[in-house]
Design a protein around this ligand. Structure first.
Ligand SMILES: N[C@@H](CCC(=O)N[C@@H](CS)C(=O)NCC(=O)O)C(=O)O
Length: 227
């Protein structure tokens, strides 16, 4: 199995939050994977797919782009390994969680990290990134960077439900981690890989949760070093 991922100057530091959820999902299912690092401008040239984004999974020629489709594919095709969703109800909930976290967490975190991401990119990606992201933001990367502290507060304000849930359970999925934990964990991996910013304080239940997530699967997530 091959998983295409996104890197900047440092090819060992895959930073896509969407790739991280699939990396964790593959480890959850005990499936070995070869990572294929790509820069932004290489993604449209992945053979066998017209996907413009990563993750892209190549399972012996079966090629799937989009993290949700990959998670569903793994769940449907690797039924002897531990479940990612815990049944149909859990799958429907994970789908909802995907959109909730996109809206409440990814959007403010994107604004917080945008300039740091730009700085870490391979030079050949920087023009593309600037043009596409400035169009999306409606402002320059530098303007977004000026408001970094404010964007961080907007992100942190959204953490209350996660922190409160994790006061009484070890993982968002209960006693053991599953796909919704991997969705959330991907966001912290993203930030860690591209920015010096600290998203959490030690007293946050999320801080302990992230440490538990870091320890899973022989410390897989620890390959990302804090910038
Ligand atoms: N809905 C997609 C989103 C994936 C996505 O946005 N990936 C970003 C990296 S974090 C990407 O590949 N972007 C390429 C580009 O913007 O050119 C999924 O869940 O897989």
């Amino acid at each position: 199995m091959k998983l295409y991922e996104l890197v900047g100057k440092d090819k060992t530091q895959g930073f896509s939050p969407y790739v991280w959820r699939i990396r964790m999902a593959l480890a959850h299912k005990g499936l070995p994977v070869e990572m294929v690092p790509l820069n932004f401008t290489e993604i449209p040239h992945i053979e066998g797919t017209d996907s413009k984004t990563v993750p892209v999974l190549d399972d012996q020629g079966k090629i799937i782009g989009d993290s949700w489709d990959i998670a569903c594919y793994l769940e449907e095709n690797y039924t002897n390994s531990p479940s990612l969703f815990g049944g149909e109800t859990g799958k429907a909930y994970a789908n909802f969680f995907n959109f909730v976290t996109f809206y409440n967490l990814i959007v403010p975190l994107f604004q917080t990290l945008i300039y740091d991401i730009y700085e870490g990119l391979d030079e050949k990606d920087q023009d593309y990134f600037r043009t596409s992201r400035e169009a999306r933001l409606g402002k320059s990367l530098e303007e977004a960077h000026e408001h970094q502290a404010e964007s961080l507060i907007n992100f942190q304000k959204q953490l209350w439900p996660y922190n409160t849930t994790l006061k009484s359970q070890d993982f968002l999925s209960g006693e053991n981690p599953a796909y919704v934990d991997y969705i959330l964990y991907g966001l912290f991996q993203w930030s860690k890989g591209v920015s010096k910013i600290q998203l959490l304080s030690e007293k946050d239940p999320l801080y302990q949760w992230r440490a538990r997530m870091d320890d899973l699967y022989d410390g897989l997530g620890k390959v990302i070093r804090q910038k």
